[in-house]
Design a binder for this molecule. Structure first.
Ligand SMILES: [Zn+2]
Length: 324
């Protein structure tokens, strides 16, 4: 009996979270979405030269994926109206991927005209958000994505899928995890190599994330998933940790915590990349990103926007604590 109890104790010990981090998340790939998700949702329109320098500087931090821009209509998103210039002018480091966000076939044709190699498509898990953001139902949105994906596959592009409002929506309230699972399955069937699960308005908590991920992992494996957390309620980092616990090894973030959501009043930007890297460094998880360089890029873009950074790490006094 005593031995049984001891074994039971050992089993529980081995399933404690920190064990999981070191066992399953030795490497995490960060997808930097600041130049797109971030700047697209800032009210200040950043000059093209600054965007190009911003992305070039990000390319020197060790990041492996930097979402460069979006090919949505300039009428709807004036912040991204210089998409072709930005994409053409940035230094494209061969080892770095520079995906661009694509809403429809017209956007894809523009992206192809400047030589985009990887695209991201986006679906919504909420009818209310789909209507407001893309003026169609979830189902119609998926059909639009299929048209984009079919053409992109013919051109040998890599395709990443986003699902927005995975936990909650400003119009429809909480979202059923089964809806997110179904859309994940559909996007993977279309041919996306990875699905980024987006808590667009940052309302997720550990428990809602767990419920969601348990559901989504009935249709796919953690290797096909990424997590994309906004920090409206200050829960983004714990939600990322929850995703790591489930074996997810890709996290989206925005340097300086840029962005927000134009359709959700009060929603803040993505988790700051600086804070995410600090968290992962502390867990002994390798990201390949140089935190000091990243902090400098965060300062550069905050100055350009004339807006204080949302990164706690960037504001912190003791960035370079010497080991004792
Ligand atoms: Zn986002």
């Amino acid at each position: 009996m005593a031995l049984y109890k001891y074994r039971n104790f050992l089993t529980r010990l081995s399933s404690i979270n920190y064990k999981n981090y070191s066992a399953t998340a030795t490497d995490v790939r960060i997808v930097e979405v600041g130049p797109r998700d971030g700047l697209q949702n800032e009210t200040v329109i950043v000059p093209t030269d600054v965007k190009v320098e911003f992305i070039n500087r990000l390319s020197e931090t060790g990041l492996k994926t930097i979402e460069a821009t979006s090919f949505v209509s300039a009428k709807w998103v004036p912040q991204m109206s210089d998409n072709t210039q930005v994409y053409s002018r940035i230094n494209k480091v061969p080892s770095i991927s520079y995906p661009v966000l694509i809403p429809n076939v017209k956007g894809l044709e523009s992206a192809l005209s400047v030589g985009a190699k990887e695209i991201a498509v986006f679906a919504s898990a909420s009818e209310g958000f789909a209507r407001k953001n893309t003026n169609c139902t979830i189902e119609e949105g998926l059909q639009r994505i299929k048209d984009v994906v079919d053409l992109a596959k013919k051109r040998d592009l890599k395709i990443r899928g986003y699902i927005s409002c995975i936990v909650g929506c400003p119009y429809d309230g909480y979202i059923k995890p089964s809806v997110v699972a179904k859309i994940t399955e559909t996007l993977l069937d279309f041919g996306c190599y990875e699905i980024s699960l987006g808590d667009t308005i940052g309302v997720g908590t550990i428990n809602t994330m767990k419920d969601l991920l348990k559901n989504v992992l009935t249709v796919t494996s953690p290797a096909k998933l990424a997590i994309h957390c906004h920090d409206t309620y200050g829960q983004a980092l714990v939600n990322v940790c929850t995703a790591l616990d489930f074996g997810i090894k890709v996290a989206d973030s925005s340097v300086s915590g840029l962005g927000g959501c134009p359709y959700a009043k009060g929603a803040t930007g993505n988790v700051a990349t600086e804070d995410l890297v600090y968290l992962l460094n502390g867990l002994g998880v390798n990201t390949g990103v140089d935190l000091n360089r990243l902090i400098e890029v965060g300062q550069f873009i905050s100055e350009a926007l004339k807006k204080p950074t949302s990164s706690k790490v960037n504001k912190a006094l003791y960035k370079n604590l010497k080991p004792v």
